[in-house]
Design a protein around this ligand. Structure first.
Ligand code: NAP
Length: 482
């Protein structure tokens, strides 16, 4: 069992109180590195979800002024950084990523709160410079209402930070449902919120339990005004359909299938280093990690060798051990999906430059996938069509600019893309034609709190981060006055 000063309660949190679940069953949290049991949390269900929504609506009745919200946001950023090591340790134990990387996630999360505090003035009322119809027109930014925030396991803190910072900035109370695989980091966050802040009762609520039951209760409840979801496109589609009945606002951060395009004139060492940093974070289980590596034919072999050489040096192991680059995958489904992609590609003529085809995983822990590089990847292979979500680099050739753009856009996803070239005009032409919400130009870097991030096409609706992310959680209210 996990022992942490940030986990005195292994429960949800409703209306300012730690609350045990009364639904059937328990959420069992395991360490994916060694299978040890970290916690058993009594499951919450529809009844607790309704209580949480009621508490949040009570909080919504008492509007919070901008300076109070700014103070909260600043304080949350501070307490996250003050508890970086312990939060990171909990995160590593339940997720598997290396501890230093988990601490970077805590810093990244703190950044969303400090940025929101800094940028909050954009939500001050705005008086129009013009006087249409000879009146004064004021636009107020009211809270969107009660927001339901549903987050995945791959960034147990980062994904809630994006949503909660914007929700609190707008003055919207929240009901939060974390992934059942990684609820402990969220509980630790709530311990800090309770201990270090003076949030009104019901301003933040935490429900932990079966996704379908809680999700349905949130979508169907008229007292929930917005669903902000990060996770798979499949689940996002279901939530969107369910929310249609009440025309409920949805913000969706969904799956990706990121192209990483390397033109022949690019600095190949830079591109290889950036690919490593981008691809292997979280063992390749990130929505922005390169999924299709498109390399101009003349430099395919040279680039493939540079990447393979770097991949062979990666150290795989328990994320709490020093020097580990890559932890385990989250469970056997994750492992077997990567394996299936490699097997399918090998059967269709690709070959491995690094790594091997492992035996299928039979249990949900110790799923350490050998980091691998495939070359000779062709359209039609699974690895080109689906999000692999693992430590696999599939290399595929392209001939020219038009070919690169066509292949890159040939997906229903549109989250992140990357372009490497020394030719600025070429880069600008390509980037303008890529239907992706984030395009790294000679960098594999992902989102930052200061900039909007989100998907085009079936990668989502709306943006998180930047001032655009703050506007997601408010409703403009226009008041003309003679
Ligand atoms: P998931 O299976 O869709 O789950 C995400 C969250 O939704 C979890 O909390 C899950 O709860 C919950 N959930 C599942 N079914 C639900 C339902 N019917 N109603 C309400 N909630 C439901 O996704 P995942 O496997 O955890 O996450 C990986 C995916 O997230 C990848 O596709 C990745 O690309 C995407 N992602 C996108 C972004 C982005 O910014 N666009 C960022 C990170 C990840 P349980 O865990 O309890 O089942």
């Amino acid at each position: 069992m996990i022992n942490s000063p940030l986990l005195p309660h292994l429960q949800g949190y409703i209306a300012g109180r730690w609350t045990a679940g009364s639904a059937k069953g328990e959420i069992v949290v395991i360490n994916p590195a060694d299978g040890s049991e970290l916690a058993r949390i009594p499951a919450m269900g529809a009844a607790e979800t309704e209580d949480a929504v009621a508490a949040a609506n009570q909080a919504l009745n008492q509007p919070i002024d901008l300076e109070t919200r700014r103070r909260w946001l600043k304080r949350i950023a501070e307490v996250l950084l003050e508890n970086k090591e312990e939060l990171g340790r909990i995160l590593t134990l339940e997720h598997g990523k290396p501890w230093p990387e988990a601490q970077v996630e805590v810093e990244y999360s703190a950044g969303f709160f400090s940025y929101a505090a800094e940028a909050l003035d954009v939500l001050k009322p705005r008086v129009l410079a013009q006087r249409p119809r000879n009146m004064t027109w004021t636009v107020y930014y009211r809270p969107v209402g009660v927001s339901a925030l549903i987050t995945p396991w791959n960034f147990p803190l980062g994904m809630i930070a994006k949503k909660l910072a914007a929700s609190l900035a707008g003055g919207s109370p929240a009901v939060i449902k974390p992934s059942s695989k990684t609820p402990l980091t969220m509980i630790a966050l709530f311990t800090l919120l309770e201990r270090e802040l003076d949030l009104p009762r019901g301003m933040v609520n935490l429900v932990i339990g079966p996704a379908g039951e809680i999700g349905n209760a949130l979508c169907d409840h008229p007292g929930v005004h917005m669903i902000s979801f990060t996770g798979s496109t499949e689940t996002g589609r279901e939530l969107m359909a369910r929310c249609a009945a009440q025309v409920k606002k949805v913000a969706l951060e969904l799956g990706g299938n990121a192209p990483f395009i390397v033109f022949a004139d690019a600095d190949l060492d830079l591109a290889a280093d950036q690919l490593m940093a981008n691809k292997f974070r979280g063992a390749g289980q990130t929505c922005v990690c390169a999924n299709r590596i498109l390399v101009q034919r003349d430099v395919l072999d040279a680039f493939g060798e540079k990447v393979a050489e770097r991949v062979r040096r990666l150290k795989v192991g328990d994320g709490m051990q020093p020097g580990v680059d890559i932890g385990p995958l989250i469970d056997r489904n994750g492992f077997n999906k990567v394996r299936r992609h490699v097997e399918d590609a090998l059967n269709k003529g690709a070959r491995l430059l690094a790594g091997e085809l492992p035996a299928p995983a039979e249990q949900d822990w110790g799923c350490f996938y050998p980091p691998s590089v495939l070359t000779g990847v062709q359209p039609g292979m699974l690895v080109q069509r689906e999000e692999t979500f693992g430590p696999l680099v599939p290399l595929m050739p392209f001939d020219d600019e038009a070919d690169a753009v066509r292949i890159a856009n040939d997906t229903e996803f549109g989250l992140a893309a990357y372009v490497f070239t020394a030719d600025d005009e070429l880069a600008q032409r390509v980037i303008a034609r890529l239907r992706f919400g984030h395009v790294g130009y000679n960098t594999g870097t992902g989102p930052t709190p200061e900039a909007p991030f989100g998907g085009m096409k079936q990668s989502g609706i709306g943006r998180e981060g930047g001032i655009e992310g703050l506007f997601e959680f408010v409703e403009p209210q226009t008041v003309p006055k003679p």
